[in-house]
Design a protein around this ligand. Structure first.
Ligand code: FAD
Length: 455
């Protein structure tokens, strides 16, 4: 049988591979194979908290410019599709009970402003503040509102800890349905001829040093397809798939687990944005509970202070609330499935969230059965993605999307397609290309890089 030929073979049908195939087809590439052995969007891309933000630290404006572009593209898709993937712009709300954090909020907001995320506004009265619309888009607001007046905070965020002294509301942020976005992009791509091939990428052939063919396996059957362009979008298997090309990429996988549970009492309003507590937390326990926990080697750690950053939001049309706390995220070279987690994680997360939203304390005893799941962040040392050509001519990468792959996918796919088709590259292209590690000055910068932008 004659070998089938494609212009581009994309390996992996998570959100990154689908967005890449979509953008390539939009750019006019005709014969595209999207190769995936498992369910589409089924490995990491359906485990996300489904939030987006243009709120990113430096150095430089790379991440802000990149996310601004991705949000622009997602917004255009939302408008074109009648908002099929339920994108809203409720924002991200950071809250603190520590007066000394106010200065840090201001500094972050001014940095974000200088990088292009939008202006910082000091809210002095309710008249200065525009609450977010619960659903849909249509707000031109960006930047952030800083609320310091306790009465204004209580008026708009009465469900938060009563000791909250400051709220920083970042506005070009919100949430969406990642599955629906992915399916929308996949349907459009398939309508333009992208072919979904149920198979695993197992290796590549080269001719004259360039990619000339890709070896695939479907069950017991191995076969080869001809192509001059291969895109790795293999999520947590990036290191392994790049290894098949003889390429070593500086990525690790980091395990992240989240919970969701019913909130029939409405402790978190259904219209709430993503809410984040910016203070370290001593979990709330009664005196008797403390004593019992202190006696057991396994539970004594529950009395230690936990880091800032617990966050959550309402999800779906029912009464579920999603909660997530990146307090313990082990790293490894390769993922291990099925995922395992600390049996105390759900209770730790709920108790942490109850510091931010005291109404959640009603669910301590007995705690309703939570739904627990998660996945792996595939991360570079500086927590920026890898998009661009690999050292083997004809091979590209569109991956290492860490904890931001849903929000970053549209601009990631666009950038990848520009690399493959030789289109004009945006200003952030070089900073996201794997080639950046060839620059000695960049490698030096990595030694002191301290802003990951991870929540
Ligand atoms: C708990 C959690 C919360 C998150 N929250 C957010 C959030 O709020 N906002 C956000 O933007 N992002 C978030 N993320 C991150 C986001 O989910 C990921 O960055 C994104 O899903 C990665 O997409 P991907 O396509 O790169 O990887 P994946 O979705 O893992 O897809 C990779 C695909 O490649 C396939 N594959 C692997 N090896 C091969 C092979 N040899 N051949 C063929 N195919 C192969 C796999 O089967 C898989 O389907 C979160 C992630 C987690 C885990």
């Amino acid at each position: 049988m004659a070998m089938k030929n494609y212009d581009v073979v994309v390996c992996g049908a998570g959100i990154a591979g689908i967005a890449a195939a979509h953008a390539l087809s939009e750019a006019g590439v005709k014969r595209i194979a999207l190769v995936e052995p498992g369910p589409v969007l089924g490995l990491t891309s359906d485990k996300s908290t489904e939030c987006y933000r243009n709120w990113w630290p430096g150095p430089g404006d790379t991440m802000v410019a990149y996310m601004n572009r991705s949000i622009e593209l997602m917004t255009a898709h939302a408008q074109r599709s009648g908002n099929r993937f339920l994108m809203n712009q409720r924002g991200y709300v950071f809250a603190t009970a520590r007066p000394e954090v106010v200065e840090q909020f201001e500094r972050q907001a001014l940095e974000a402003e200088s990088l292009g995320a939008g202006r910082l506004r000091h809210v002095r009265s309710s008249a200065d503040y525009i609450p977010a619309r619960p659903e849909g888009l249509g707000s031109a607001l960006d930047g952030a509102d800083l609320l310091l007046d306790k009465a204004v905070i209580r008026e708009h965020f009465g469900y938060l800890n009563a000791d909250t002294v400051a709220v920083l509301h970042a506005r070009r942020c919100g949430s969406l349905s990642a599955q629906q976005l992915g399916m929308y992009l996949l349907e459009e791509a398939r309508a333009r001829g992208v072919e979904l091939v149920v198979a695993e990428f197992v290796g590549a052939e080269t001719a004259g040093g360039r990619v000339s063919a890709v070896q695939l396996r479907a069950g017991e059957r191995e076969f080869t397809v001809g192509t001059s362009a291969l895109v790795l979008a293999s999520g947590p298997y990036l290191k392994a798939t790049a290894g098949k090309l003889g390429v070593s990429l500086p990525v690790v996988v980091e395990k992240h687990i989240k919970i969701s549970m019913a909130d029939p009492l409405g402790a978190v309003p259904r219209s709430a944005p993503l809410i984040i507590w910016s203070d370290p937390i001593d979990l709330p326990w009664t005196a008797e509970e403390r004593e019992a926990l202190a006696h057991d080697d396994d539970t004594r750690r529950l009395l230690a202070q936990f880091p800032a950053g617990v966050h959550g939001r309402p999800v779906g049309a029912g009464d579920q609330v999603l909660m997530y706390w990146t307090y313990d995220c082990p790293q490894d070279d390769h993922p291990t499935f099925p995922l395992t987690w600390d049996p105390h994680l759900p209770e730790i997360t709920l108790r942490g969230m109850s510091v931010l939203v005291p109404g959640l304390a009603a669910y301590f005893d007995p705690m309703p059965k939570p739904y627990v799941d998660g996945g792996y962040y595939t991360k570079t040392p500086e927590n920026r993605p890898l998009i661009g050509p690999l050292p083997v001519p004809g091979a590209y990468v569109c991956s290492a999307f860490s904890g931001f792959g849903i929000m970053a996918s549209c601009a990631g796919g666009e950038l990848l397609a520009r690399h493959v088709t030789g289109g004009p590259l945006p200003g952030y292209a070089a900073a996201l290309s794997p080639k950046r590690y060839e620059d000695a000055a960049y490698r030096k910068l990595l030694e002191t890089w301290d802003a990951s932008g991870q929540l």
